[in-house]
Design a protein around this ligand. Structure first.
Ligand code: ZN
Length: 221
């Protein structure tokens, strides 16, 4: 299944699919549920664009490497180049849209790598590891400090977070990233997952929502 950025109304977004920059432990309650310390600065990792699949279609998960966890996250689409400490105005201007996304994680593989102090790539960057919904335009969100993200699994609410609870909020997070490496049009930032992560099974139905803005249903096949 090939992925291309587009808006919820079907309009294609003509940016190439770039990298997906992710942040670990950006909600204190989630750090706690995995027995992780709350980091003193953002903990970044990158998924290659090649692992992205569209959320509107059913998606598949690896079946031979232990548990695959869902992590519902607010995704931000970058629409202009950003580097070296952009100010708030430049940051806002560079955001093209928001979407709910799944940062799929091979949790057992990740735990083994973490134990050894090794990078997490193979737990986070397998094909299909980033499940991305269509974007709503930036202007559909009034307050970046109040974006709700919810996930229900087979009809049962599992994650119910809000950007107000992020340890590093959206603009400071993107500024931090751009201070370390360039973001380009078509790149995506995943802003971390709230508490409530858990394993997926084939046949699961997921409802994923940017509260009051966009809602999607998908399935694991
Ligand atoms: Zn995540």
């Amino acid at each position: 299944m090939s992925y291309q950025h587009h808006y919820t109304d079907g309009t294609p977004i003509h940016f190439p699919l770039g990298k997906v920059v992710c942040v670990g432990r950006n909600y204190a309650e989630h750090a706690k549920e995995l027995n992780n310390e709350v980091p003193s600065e953002p903990l970044l990792f990158i998924k290659p664009g090649s692992c992205t699949v569209p959320l509107e279609e059913a998606f598949s998960i690896p079946h031979d490497r232990g548990e695959v966890h869902y992590e519902a996250e607010i995704a931000v689409l970058i629409g202009k180049p950003l580097s070296t400490k952009p100010n708030d105005e430049e940051l806002l201007d560079a955001i093209s849209g928001f979407a709910p996304a799944l940062d799929l994680t091979l949790r057992e593989v990740q735990a083994r790598l973490k134990e050894k102090g090794h990078p997490w790539e193979i737990a986070k960057s397998f094909d299909g590891a980033c499940v991305l919904a269509p974007f709503v335009p930036r202007d559909s969100i009034e307050d970046l400090g109040d974006i709700g993200i919810r996930l229900s699994l087979n009809g049962e609410r599992r994650q119910d977070g809000n950007s107000r609870d992020m340890l590093t909020p959206i603009l400071p997070l993107i500024r931090y990233i751009a201070g370390h490496f360039s973001l380009l049009p078509g790149d995506v930032v995943l802003t971390g997952t709230p508490a409530g992560v858990g394993p997926l099974q084939v046949g699961d139905r997921l409802d994923l929502e940017l509260v009051g803005v966009a809602q999607f249903t998908t399935r694991v096949i």
